[in-house]
Write a protein that binds this ligand. Structure first.
Ligand code: 5AD
Ligand code: SF4
Length: 438
């Protein structure tokens, strides 16, 4: 039989990115070959995100593009998976409007993907496998990393927080933590395979509960002992669960990068309450101060939602005020997007789109000014950079990240991909730094 080729399109967060790495790993084990362009693939996989409406729309747009290809070539296999598949209304739409989709599977069924492909090829009939919630964590699945030197490592799955705007607890199920022994085994294997940096993933890593009472901070201390591992990062951290022990880990663990993603969502205590976030503006700012005092030079990023139902101009002014006090290095800013089945869907006072956009623009302008100022302070310093590969900014330029997760484009005569190098920062931009290798 001719070797089959595959292409994966990934929408959404790093969890999804990692799920795609696992699917790629499983297909490689089956002898399939990856291709760069979807049009050249025998098997097309679309890994979906449902966190905001625009990701939904892009999914259906992408799926629509595949219709003709499928018509011309009935052997072309179309697989859809990820968060959107955990919503019944999406499944109903796919079945009604895109009946030619071959395989549909949910976020808890990734381990079954090879079997579903075999069944689809042998039985020539649609395969649908969606569990409403996660069972036992399936260990030992292969993964094909996007980068040689850095890896995404899941430490837990699901979320129990039910922020009122968020679909994730419904699409990823309840919190389940991997055993520390499994995480350590995986990281040791990755390091033996050339990995220098790991990114620990979980919707809320701070509520990690490993076997034998190992909490998140304890896990960091254990990982910090792994020889050959150079950098540890994690995301995402819910402010309500960030422990003093974790702050101490930043001080004690040399491999833990001095960078934290700490989503605030809003600066208004009233809105935070309506969002079910379990902290107020003052508590959040006190936590930021505590981190900055204990870990000098720590860089910080956040997520902010603009236009949550009921957000007044005063509430939004609180967000601007919080941002100018927290002085983040960067922020991911989002327009509130109604999600079916979440409590906030039913809230009155949904904010008109034009008001959301106008506030959004003001927030981005403020944030960009802060980012640019923060980056300017790095000019003249020497930063250790883990090189990710050639940069898009020019020939003999490479891109990598500092310990604080700043993107650096730098000139180098030799390709140092995968290595930790010292770079002298010569210029700063809003979203990146530039420099010369030393
Ligand atoms: N609308 C807009 N942004 C959202 N997020 C989650 N749900 C929504 C929504 N319904 C944002 C939050 C979260 C990030 C991953 O996505 O800021 O931290
Ligand atoms: Fe969504 Fe809140 Fe859970 Fe994050 S903590 S995934 S925002 S419900």
């Amino acid at each position: 039989m001719k070797e089959k080729t595959f292409h994966i399109t990934t929408f959404g967060c790093q969890m999804n990115e990692h799920d795609s790495e696992v699917m790629a790993g499983m297909l490689l084990e089956k002898g399939f070959t990856p291709v760069k362009e979807r049009k050249d693939a025998d098997v097309a996989i679309i890994n979906t995100c449902s966190v905001r409406d625009n990701a939904d729309k892009r999914f259906f747009g992408t799926l629509g593009q595949l219709k003709h290809r499928k018509k011309d070539d009935p052997n072309f296999l179309v697989c859809v998976c990820g968060c959107m598949m955990q919503q019944q209304h999406v499944i109903d739409t796919i079945k009604a409007r895109y009946p030619w989709v071959d395989i549909i599977f949910g976020t808890h069924n990734i381990h079954q993907f090879p079997e579903l492909i075999d069944n689809a090829l042998n039985e020539k009939k649609k395969q649908v496998e969606i569990w409403p919630d996660g069972g036992e964590i399936v260990e030992g699945l292969p993964a094909k990393r996007l980068f040689e030197s850095k890896a995404l490592v899941n430490i837990m799955f699901g979320c129990n927080n039910f922020c009122t705007y968020c679909i994730v607890p419904y699409t990823r199920g309840r919190e389940r933590s991997r055993k520390p022994s499994e995480i350590l085994r995986e990281v040791r294997e990755l390091v033996a395979d050339g990995v220098k940096e790991i990114m620990l993933l979980g919707q809320n890593v701070n509520s990690y509960k490993g076997a034998d009472g190992v909490d998140f901070a304890a896990l960091i201390y254990m990982l910090n002992e792994i020889e050959g591992l150079e950098r540890i990062r994690f995301m995402t951290s819910h402010p309500k669960d960030l422990s003093d022990k974790l702050i101490q880990a930043f001080v004690d663990c040399d491999k833990l990068c001095k960078n934290i993603h700490l989503p605030v969502q809003s600066g208004s205590s009233r809105i935070l309450k309506a969002m079910n976030r379990h902290y107020d503006k003052e508590q959040y700012l006190a936590l930021v101060e505590k981190l900055k005092t204990a870990v000098p030079g720590i860089t910080m990023s956040t997520d902010i939602i603009v236009g949550f139902p009921g957000e007044t101009e005063e509430d939004f002014a609180e967000t601007l005020d919080l941002v100018s006090k927290a002085r983040y290095d960067s922020a991911f800013t989002f327009l509130y997007s109604i999600r079916k089945g979440t409590p906030a869907e039913k809230y009155e006072d949904q904010i008109p789109e034009e008001v959301k956009h106008e506030r959004f623009n003001r927030l981005v302008e403020l944030m960009n000014g802060i980012s640019a100022e923060k980056n300017a302070a790095y000019v003249g310093t020497v930063q250790q950079v883990l090189v990710e590969g050639p940069s898009k900014t020019g020939s003999k330029t490479f891109a990598g990240r500092t310990d604080g997760f700043k993107l650096v484009n730098f000139r180098s005569e030799t390709d140092m991909t995968g290595k930790l190098v010292d770079v002298k920062i010569t210029k700063s931009n809003t979203f990146s730094l530039e420099g010369e290798i030393l």
